[in-house]
Structures are given as C-alpha cells and as structure tokens.
Design a protein around this ligand. Structure first.
Ligand SMILES: CC(C)(COP(=O)(O)OP(=O)(O)OC[C@H]1O[C@@H](n2cnc3c(N)ncnc32)[C@H](O)[C@@H]1OP(=O)(O)O)[C@@H](O)C(=O)NCCC(=O)NCCS
Length: 230
C-alpha cells in the first residue's frame, strides 16, 4: 500500500459505490456516524449518541442497500490511523493508549468489536471510508427519475478539506451516468451551515417546512428541501 502523505486524500480519494457491506464496514460506518453526530453534525440525531442508538437506523439503511433500493456512495483513502484515532479519542471512543498502540479502536468493550471498526475487509483492504452518503429510490413508481440523498457525512478528522464537495459531485455523476437519473433531492435542518454547503454544491432551495424538526426543547428547525437538476 502506498504511504499516506498529509493532504493526499483531499486530492485523490477513491470513489467506491456499493462496497460489500461486511460487518466490519457496517461498524465502521456506524462509528463514523457517532463521531460526526457528537462533533455537531446533523445526520438524523442530536448529541450525545452512541453506536447502540444509531445502529438500528443504520441497519435499516444498510438493508435497503443490500436489497438494491438504496445506493451507497463512498470516498475511501489509505488508512491513516493517527488522524482517525484523534477524532475517536475526542469522542471517548478510543478506550486506552494500549489499544491505540495495537490499532484496536471502537465504540464498545470487546476486542472483536474493536477490531471490527478498525479494518475493512474485502474490496476495501488497506483503505478506509472517509465520507459516504446514500441515494434512496422512492417507493413510488411515479418518482423513479430522481433519488433522495441522505446521511451525507465526512469523517470529522477530514472535514473542511474538500471531501464533502467531492462526495456530492461523485454522487451526482453516478446518479446521472450510471443510474440514468434526472435529478437529486435532499432535506436538511436549518441553522447548521449545511444549507450553504449544498448551495455551493449546485443545489437550489425548493421548499421549507417551518419548524418541522425538533432538535431540543424550544428548538424547532425548518426542514429545508433542496433540488439538483442533473
Ligand atoms: C457538511 C459536510 C458533509 C461538508 O463536507 P466537508 O468535507 O467538510 O466540506 P468541504 O470541505 O467540501 O467544504 C465545501 C464548502 O462548504 C463549506 N461548509 C462545509 N460544511 C459547512 C458547514 N457545516 N457550515 C458552513 N459551511 C460549510 C465549507 O466552508 C466550504 O466552503 P469554502 O470553500 O467557502 O470554505 C461535512 O462537514 C460533514 O460531514 N458535516 C457533518 C455531517 C452533516 O452535518 N451533514 C449534513 C447533513 S444535512
């Protein structure tokens, strides 16, 4: 495997669509989702969360990928344990320096679980997913010319380096060129900065449901609907 150079993944992340959803990969994605949420991300939950809270929701999404109704779009990069460990440690997910020494990290206590979150097997050996999203197909036969983008997230250790932009562009390319779609839509909560991000990715706001998302007592956010013609 080529040695990692700081900054390299920003220039050359690999786009991987529908990698095999091994137990290792599922746990890795759940771990990332926990860290993204606990560092302030808006991906369906509010902090603090644990893997146990997120896993049932994640499993439903992963099942839809397995059934072929949703598509998982990932960016991968060569494994870079130090940056990942820093983010895990901040979230209390890295249990001890001893485990860090041995590359054992994770959200729970067992070595099996810890190993599961560190390494990816199969098609992603030597690489790690650093960003991902899902493209959901509508159940309605009348809505099959577009899909809904959801669960957009970049590993907190790598945010702000252009990966989110690259991920959104890759998803749009796949939707247009491989799935033959005409548009993508997505929803986000107001007041997080994500609106600005999606506009920069070419999406336009097409609707807003006031106060539809309650993220805490007396804290209702608008559900903002975006659309991208492909
Ligand atoms: C939102 C997210 C996917 C963006 O990915 P990223 O790799 O950090 O973004 P990029 O580096 O490609 O940034 C692209 C631009 O969007 C801006 N941007 C990204 N996230 C932003 C945020 N939360 N608020 C304001 N601006 C943001 C960046 O500043 C950058 O603009 P600039 O070029 O003018 O500086 C990522 O930050 C993330 O995973 N956040 C947590 C999860 C989340 O909230 N997802 C959105 C669900 S609706």
């Amino acid at each position: 495997m080529k040695a990692f150079e700081p900054g390299e993944i920003v220039q050359q992340p690999r786009v991987v669509v529908n990698p095999p959803l091994t137990d290792e990969l599922r746990e890795h994605l759940v771990d990332m989702w926990v860290r993204v949420t606990n560092e302030g991300g808006s991906v369906g939950f509010v902090p603090p969360v644990t893997a146990a809270i997120i896993r049932p929701t994640a499993d439903r999404s992963f099942d839809r990928v397995r059934q072929g109704t949703d598509v998982l779009v990932c960016l991968t990069a060569p494994t870079n344990p130090e940056k990942i460990r820093g983010s895990l440690r901040k979230n209390g997910l890295l249990e001890s320096p001893e485990k860090a020494e041995h590359g054992l990290v994770g959200t729970r206590g067992t070595d099996s679980d810890n190993r599961a979150s560190m390494g990816l097997s199969g098609a992603l050996t030597g690489e790690r997913v650093v960003a991902w999203l899902l493209l959901a197909e509508s159940e309605s036969l009348l809505r099959r010319h577009w899909r809904t983008v959801y669960r957009v997230q970049v590993d907190p250790a790598f945010q702000g380096d252009g990966l989110g932009t690259k991920l959104m562009a890759s998803a749009a390319d796949h939707a247009r060129d491989e799935l033959g779609l005409e548009a993508l839509t997505l929803m986000t909560r107001s007041g997080t900065g994500a609106e600005r991000f999606y506009k920069r990715c070419g999406y336009r706001e097409v609707g807003r449901i006031p106060g539809a998302i309650r993220i805490g007592p007396h804290d209702n956010r608008d559900e903002v609907h975006f659309w991208l013609d492909l």
